[in-house]
Design a binder for this molecule. Structure first.
Ligand SMILES: [Fe+2]
Length: 178
């Protein structure tokens, strides 16, 4: 059972504010890509899509004299750390299962290694799905953060995704009982 839907998260003011800041079009399309990749790799699409939608919720605005300072951002960014904490708080507040909230927060934390010291990171299948989905939607120069989407289109795509996830989970349950 899903305690929290993507729609519940999408319409939440915290998501509108912070995910909107880093690009709602990117977030929605990463959630969609995460669904497909999760399904192909046997990962729970409910968790993968939530992490996909929320993965950039920790972004700051790195402005210097009214202009986005890419260098400043690259050197100081910790959006995955901030995002993991923010996503976790939001999910728990919305009533998400605590194990799920932890798994989603960890996938947000590890969706990029740009802020981590060099080294081998062993990602779980869920964490890999979210990192791959993000990568698949990235555009040169961070342009994916600026792609626009209107509220109704985003909401419609989120609702379609919720339906697909429900259907997928129901089909699994059917397999188990038959
Ligand atoms: Fe991203």
């Amino acid at each position: 059972m899903r305690n929290v839907t993507l729609e519940t998260l999408y319409i939440h003011p915290i998501v509108q504010k912070y995910v909107g800041r880093s690009g709602m079009a990117h977030a929605v399309s990463v959630a969609e890509k995460a669904f497909e990749i999760a399904r192909e790799s046997g990962v729970n699409p409910d968790l993968a899509t939530k992490a996909g939608l929320l993965h950039d919720i920790g972004h700051y605005e790195w402005y210097q004299d009214g202009e986005w300072d890419y260098q400043l951002y690259k050197e100081n960014d910790i959006h995955a750390i901030k995002g993991a904490a923010r996503a976790h708080k939001l999910l728990v507040r919305c009533g998400e299962d605590l194990q799920n909230a932890k798994a989603i927060a960890l996938a947000v934390l590890l969706h990029t290694d740009s802020y981590l010291p060099e080294g081998e990171l062993q990602l779980t299948p869920l964490q890999k799905v979210v990192a791959l989905a993000d990568e698949a939607d990235e555009e040169p120069g961070g342009n994916h953060h600026y792609r626009q989407i209107d509220h109704d289109t985003a909401l419609r795509r989120i609702q379609i995704l919720d339906k697909k996830i429900n259907k997928y989970i129901a089909s699994l349950r059917f397999e188990q009982t038959s």
